[in-house]
Design a protein around this ligand. Structure first.
Ligand SMILES: NC(=O)c1ccc[n+]([C@@H]2O[C@H](COP(=O)([O-])OP(=O)(O)OC[C@H]3O[C@@H](n4cnc5c(N)ncnc54)[C@H](OP(=O)(O)O)[C@@H]3O)[C@@H](O)[C@H]2O)c1
Length: 277
């Protein structure tokens, strides 16, 4: 049995869908099972990190989303280990092992990695760079009109499809050989924000315009998916990425046998999220 924390999130949901499709027993952990809308076939269970109760009984592999730890990842991992969990796959970040060590996202993920290393469980770290789902920050504007206000039109990233991260997590949870491995994950090509808006336009049959605003004019409303305390650090990261080629790895294909999907493919998969009305 695999337990998936953050099971209603971008990566967690894709992983639960994959495990169900593969016929693997999966326990999907969420704060609110009534709203979870997870696939039939998954055992959907309410999760309180400070009181895990019996959620890890019968579980051998755990997919860990850092924020689901509720601030006490060591306690959560101790409970998992005691219940018989052997291996944990941590959704970390590409900012670890190359990025600014004082960045709050670096601190959060580096701390979680250390806590997992210290847990006595075997582990695999997934260190993805930018998620393609970050483009959902533009969805409210594109559902309302054909103009997107945003920062750093030329910032370069190699966005990764959430289901490609889930595919790697699935292999790391089900196959031998990923113990102690660190997988750096990216999409297959560098794109600018302007490229991404154009790709969403092609996927939705429109020609939206990107209107660049200065970082000083950018409020948290432009980043509906980002906790407000991370917005300044995020803007600093974007500024540093303008004109700098992002890291691109072939790890998704190496591990899953299937090439990582392009941002254009992601936009087609998510066209409905950007349609008006
Ligand atoms: N976005 C990027 O470019 C990027 C890049 C590298 C790494 N990351 C890391 O990837 C993770 C985000 O993954 P994701 O996009 O798949 O997740 P997500 O969609 O933001 O959320 C995952 C799920 O976790 C639960 N959750 C959210 N906040 C929580 C909290 N404070 N306490 C407990 N549970 C909470 C929610 O489920 P329920 O409400 O059902 O419990 C939510 O659906 C973060 O750790 C982020 O730092 C992101």
């Amino acid at each position: 049995m695999i337990a998936v924390t953050g099971a209603t999130g971008n990566v967690g949901r894709a992983l639960v869908e994959r495990l169900v499709a593969a016929g693997e027993p999966v326990r999907a952990l969420t704060r609110d099972p009534e709203r979870a809308d997870l696939p039939e076939g998954a055992e959907v269970v309410r999760f309180r990190p400070d009181d895990p109760g019996t959620v890890f009984d019968g579980v051998t592999g755990l997919f860990l989303y850092v924020q689901a730890g509720g601030g006490d990842i060591p306690g959560l991992l101790a409970a998992a280990r005691e219940a018989g969990v052997r291996h944990v796959v941590l959704l970390s970040s590409g900012i670890v092992g190359g990025g600014d060590e004082s960045h709050p996202i670096h601190v959060m993920h580096a701390t979680a990695e250390r806590q997992v290393r210290d847990s006595g469980l075997t582990w695999t770290f997934l260190r993805p760079h930018a998620f393609a789902t970050n483009a959902l920050q533009w969805a409210p504007q594109l559902r309302a009109g054909d103009t997107v206000r945003g920062v750093f039109a030329d910032a370069l990233t190699a966005p990764i499809h959430e289901d490609d991260i889930a595919a790697v997590a699935e292999r790391a949870l089900l196959d031998d050989g990923h113990e102690g491995a660190v997988h750096r994950l990216t999409g297959p090509e560098a794109t600018t924000n302007t490229d991404q808006i154009a790709a969403i336009g092609r996927a939705t049959g429109r020609e939206p315009a990107f209107v660049e605003v200065s970082p000083e004019q950018a409020g948290p409303e432009l980043f509906p998916h980002v906790p407000p305390e991370f917005v300044q650090a995020l803007l600093k990261g974007f500024a540093a990425s303008v004109g700098v080629a992002p890291e691109i790895t072939g790890t998704v294909e190496k591990i899953t046998g299937t090439p990582a999907r392009t941002f254009g493919q992601w936009a087609e998969d998510h066209a409905a999220d950007f349609r008006k009305g």
